[in-house]
Design a protein around this ligand. Structure first.
Ligand code: AHR
Length: 503
């Protein structure tokens, strides 16, 4: 196997990593909330009904921020249903997922859960069936200290301290015809800009995310971003991107190549932002929030629940387990996000518990880590500091979908103190180890602290409650470092974390 080569030099940087790059997402969908974070009566539940075992796993995964309460759900949500005495909260039909919403968890409880889990909240407002009034009232309810109608309502509901939610989403996927209150780009752009003005008048310290396209293949992709930014650029702080992948037709090589499309998607969105910024003669660059990304499989069970067994509370939707292959693709997605850390400041793995999730639970039983838990945990733990402008030369493969897919994908991060360099790397080769040679200039005097590897002899292996450790990382990578030269063999189809520290 031809070797791959990387060159890193701390003098050449891409940008600083915002800790919010390692965010996640909890929607009122499936068993994410009911039966996920919230299960009163569970042996680990605290006095508010939150599962402590789940909170521990969220902390272990190093999640920094959680987007809430949707997703498609938010486009039909009335936040006032979810505050105040629980026995007086209405049960509502949620038309996004055809489930029954009991409103036992709302903004107050979720912000309290976030505090207990050590994560920041990224709150979405309903710009589908509701609008400016409800959005500005929710900012007042969450963030105003007191002495006004909605802040006093929060205090009366038992939450004296404001929730201090910093990051807010102006609706969700408003270009999608599946969205309640779906809008044209002009309709949405006008609504988003007016809503953002009032929200920031209530609390000028908040940051706002405006909806980009639901994914790169939307027919309106490109034009949507340009039009929405024409209305909102001066008022908002981030433009959103969403993308999910899955293995199709049992074609693993194509599945692994899809992050090339993700990279191109990000480049296109940056170009559109810069085009609108240039047209408006603005110096401020628009940053991005990749606030939904993951591997996602939908099954017949999901279809059956929504079409033939609707109106259940917390049904098991989108709980297909993840394989080793999926974990490698998640690793590739993380590398892609890190490579754009100069513009992507927020990203949310969608989602967090049970639904499209790295953490799974059993009602009344245990909780376990899916395979995709691990690359996220590593990236969030060691992806702190500055992303270097890594030069990568790799042997390639091609197939019907892609002309040239490098076997190696990698990114290098130097930590804040400059004492540690971490290389995240994936070998896409299915059968052979990839010899890697690294010219790491300017970081002489380092040693390899550890070379963590996630690999599996069975690419389809999955973790379950009974066998939670079928796919787990190990420390057995063979990276070595001498006189500024790194050398390693990356096992076939593997995720690697090579950590170097100043000796
Ligand atoms: O994460 C699941 C769903 O995917 C979200 O509700 C929606 O925004 C997206 O289409």
């Amino acid at each position: 196997m031809e070797r791959a080569k990387i060159i890193a030099d701390p003098e050449f940087k891409i940008g600083e990593i915002d800790p919010r790059l390692f965010g996640s997402f909890i929607e009122h969908l499936g068993r994410a909330v009911y039966g996920g974070i919230y299960e009163p009566g569970h042996s680990t539940a605290d006095e508010m009904g939150f599962r402590r075992d789940v909170i521990e796993l969220v902390r272990e995964m190093n999640v920094s921020l959680v987007r809430y309460p949707g997703g498609n759900f938010v486009s039909g949500y009335n936040w006032l249903d979810g505050v105040g005495p629980k026995d007086r909260r209405p049960k509502r039909l949620d038309l996004a997922w055809m489930t029954l919403e009991p409103n036992q968890i709302g903004p107050d409880e979720f912000c309290e859960w976030a505090r207990r889990a050590g994560v920041e909240v990224n709150m979405a407002v309903n710009l589908g069936t509701k609008g400016i009034e409800e959005a500005r009232n929710l900012v007042e309810y969450c963030n105003h200290p007191g002495g006004s109608f909605y802040s006093d309502m929060r205090i009366a509901n038992g939450f004296v301290e404001p929730h201090r939610v910093k990051t807010w989403c102006l609706g969700n996927e408003m270009d999608g015809p599946w969205q309640m209150g779906h809008k044209t780009a002009d309709e949405y752009g006008r609504l988003a800009v007016e809503t953002s003005r009032l929200m920031k008048w209530v609390d000028p310290t908040i940051e706002l995310v405006v909806c980009g396209s639901s994914n790169a293949s939307m027919p309106t992709f490109g034009a949507w971003e340009a039009t929405v930014l024409d209305y909102t650029y001066e008022q908002i702080d981030y433009l959103s991107l969403h993308q999910y992948y899955k293995k199709r037709n049992n074609d693993l090589e194509t599945f692994l190549g899809q992050t090339i499309e993700m990279d191109a998607f990000i480049h296109s969105v940056i170009s559109i932002c810069d085009y609108v910024g240039a047209k408006k003669k603005l110096k401020r660059k628009m940053n991005l929030s990749f606030d939904e990304w993951n591997v996602w499989y939908q099954t017949e069970t999901d279809e059956k629940i929504m079409k033939r067994e609707p109106w259940q509370v917390g049904p098991p939707l989108f709980e297909a387990p993840y394989s080793h292959e999926d974990a490698v693709v998640v690793g590739l997605m993380l590398i892609t996000l890190l490579r754009h850390a100069d513009r992507i400041k927020i990203a949310c793995m969608a989602q967090l518990i049970n639904t499209i999730a790295p953490i799974s639970t059993v009602a009344g039983g245990g909780a376990w880590r899916q395979t995709i838990f691990y690359p996220f945990m590593h990236a969030a733990a060691f992806g702190k500091g500055t992303v270097l402008d890594l030069q990568v030369k790799s042997p390639m493969y091609s197939n019907r979908e892609f002309d040239a897919v490098p076997f190696l994908d990698a990114v290098a991060v130097q930590n804040e103190a400059g004492r540690e360099l971490t290389i995240f790397a994936v070998n896409r080769n299915l059968t052979e180890p990839l010899p890697l040679e690294g010219d790491l200039r300017g970081i002489e005097g380092c040693r390899v602290l550890e070379h963590i590897v996630l690999e599996s002899p069975d690419w389809n292996a999955r973790n379950t409650l009974e066998q939670p450790n079928k796919v787990v990382p190990h420390q057995g990578g063979n990276a070595s470092f001498e006189n500024g030269a790194l050398s390693a063999a990356l096992p076939p189809l593997s995720w690697n974390v090579i950590r170097l520290v100043k000796a």
